[in-house]
Design a protein around this ligand. Sequence first.
Ligand code: FES
Length: 87
Amino acid sequence: MFICVCNAITERQVQGAVARGASTLADLQGELGVASCCGCCAETATEYLPGGRYAGQVTAPQTEGTRVSDAANDATAPLVEVLIRRA
Ligand code: FES
């Protein structure tokens, strides 16, 4: 699941940063770039920090072959094709 759509940052990346010691939104911004564009993800990202609603939760591993970061940047993804053709 994406936390930051602007920068294609996933929940797992945020959880990883927290596991490595990120404890503030500024830490997440510095390490991942989360909430560095529109800022809409700042509140959600903060919930993964210590004391937050999602703190300590671990997302189940993705199945083999699923690479979210690749899919987000794949210009040939079907939804992207539909949007381009409608433009
Ligand atoms: S959704 Fe994260 S900066 Fe826009």
